[in-house]
Design a protein around this ligand. Structure first.
Ligand SMILES: [Zn+2]
Length: 196
């Protein structure tokens, strides 16, 4: 069964195990040879790592962090559409952490690049393993701090401010993006802006 269909049907524990299994199998398949000298590698029995018998290179499963940011301006939320989304669906902005970057630097850079806005007051929400193929998505709330929406055309086909009672179609509930948006809406509804 494809992992994506399991995400909508299985329980949390099974999903967690399946995510780990998919990530590990993919990693093992992609590291059968040493990336440094080309010798076939072998699995170390006591932990998940591939070892090169010739040069000693040790390779652990790779995790690629990515940052997701939901921006609030007063009681509005910024949602955007990638051309890759299902028709009509809007979501929070996201992008991969680049080499040498912190999560905070990545969030600020991605928002500048994708929609031309400045943000402040980043607050951690939660994270989610997303093994397609090896992401760890880390979600934040942020406040609008300046600029006007200027979508980067190759990544964003539309971005706008939405009120919580007039939202467009959103990603599926299993996704971290949807959990982030739902959490922001419920905090706006209850006036919990200080917490949010
Ligand atoms: Zn090697």
């Amino acid at each position: 069964m494809p992992l994506r269909s399991l995400l909508n049907t299985a329980g949390a524990e099974a999903i967690s195990l399946a995510r780990r299994a998919v990530l590990l199998l993919d990693w093992q398949k992609n590291h059968r040879y040493c990336g440094r000298c080309g010798t076939p590698t072998s699995r170390r029995q006591e932990e998940f790592c591939m070892v090169c018998p010739a040069c000693g290179l040790v390779v652990y499963p790779r995790i690629s962090p990515a940052v997701m940011v939901l921006i609030r301006r007063d009681n509005e939320l910024l949602l955007a559409r990638s051309p890759r989304f299902k028709p009509g669906v809007y979501s929070a902005l996201a992008g991969f952490v680049e080499a040498g970057e912190t999560l905070e630097q990545c969030a600020i850079r991605e928002i500048r690049e994708e929609v031309g806005l400045e943000i402040s007051n980043l607050r951690y929400f939660r994270s989610q393993s997303w093994p397609f193929p090896d992401s760890l998505m880390v979600a934040f709330f942020a406040d609008y701090a300046g600029g006007s929406i200027t979508p980067e055309p190759s990544e964003i086909e539309d971005a706008r401010w939405f009120l919580p009672d007039a939202l467009p179609p959103l990603p599926e509930p299993v996704s971290l993006a949807r959990q982030l948006i739902d959490a922001a809406c419920s905090r706006l509804d209850t006036g919990g802006l200080g917490l949010y």
